[in-house]
Design a protein around this ligand. Structure first.
Ligand SMILES: *Cc1c(COP(=O)(O)O)cnc(C)c1O
Length: 241
């Protein structure tokens, strides 16, 4: 159960519009199959590695408004090139201390918060005239694909620290599980994140976001409550080297 990449050798490449339409239909189908409300899952287009002209096609031909980038120095020129459109930019990469200022000034969301120190810098550097920065705590449940992320047991303490940071708004949890082929195992990984979020909500946290699911495991994430899926390859094809 993977949406895969719709490319048939010998035929023409699908257009960006076709890719967006295909992925949006797959999201709607998964919402229905797993008893989620229609429109409960937002599509975040992961545009890292692709030039501003490609993003412009996604905006102007496919109506996409939310983009995910994982490198600040790559994202800033794209934001400038697309400043004629009102877009929402999500920083989805690991957050280094020397990048927090640019993230705080230019993005609306940061998904990879996994340390108090990074959260504090984002809070201090978020300009007063902007709304609070939306953040997700990145959770490293088990055997994740990256070293980033806090252990599940450490999520409440980090959430507590962020609660005292007025320029940040904690929206929920984010995860990048190791790529697994089997649907039931994909679901197991996402279930741990959903349960960690549910424990926070039960303690009174007004969280509304589970940022989880990529091109290879989107359906499993939706089955386990994802509210934002972060999709790159299925929308834009393979990333240029
Ligand atoms: C690259 C990336 C994605 C998108 O992955 P695809 O497999 O291209 O859909 C999602 N989330 C994060 C954090 C990424 O770095």
């Amino acid at each position: 159960m993977s949406i895969g990449i719709r490319y048939n050798p010998g035929t023409t490449m699908p257009t960006i519009e076709e890719n967006f339409s295909h992925v949006r239909k797959a999201i709607a189908a998964a919402e229905q199959r797993f008893g989620r409300a229609g429109g409960a899952v937002r599509l975040l287009a992961v545009s890292k590695g692709h030039p501003a002209e490609t993003l412009r096609l996604a905006v102007e031909r496919a109506g996409q408004r939310e983009f995910g980038e994982s490198q600040v120095q790559e994202a800033l020129p794209k934001m400038a090139a697309l400043s004629d459109h009102d877009l929402t930019w999500h920083f989805i990469g690991p957050i280094q201390s020397n990048k927090t200022r640019d993230i705080a000034r230019h993005f609306q969301w940061a998904h990879g918060v996994d340390r108090v120190k990074i959260a504090r810098r984002l809070d201090e550097q978020r300009p007063a005239e902007m709304p609070p920065l939306n953040v997700c705590i990145q959770v490293n449940a088990s055997g994740e694909a990256t070293k980033s992320g806090v252990a599940i047991a450490e999520v409440p303490a980090l959430a507590e620290a962020i609660a005292h940071m007025p320029r940040l708004r904690l929206r929920g949890l984010m995860s990048i599980p190791a790529p697994l082929a089997e649907f039931s195992r994909q679901r197991d990984a996402f279930r741990q994140i959903r349960e960690a979020q549910a424990r926070l909500v039960a303690r009174g946290w007004p969280l509304d976001t589970l940022s989880m699911g990529m091109s290879g495991d989107m359906e499993a994430a939706i089955a386990e409550g994802a509210t934002i899926v972060r999709i790159g390859r299925a929308l834009f094809g393979a990333r240029p080297p």
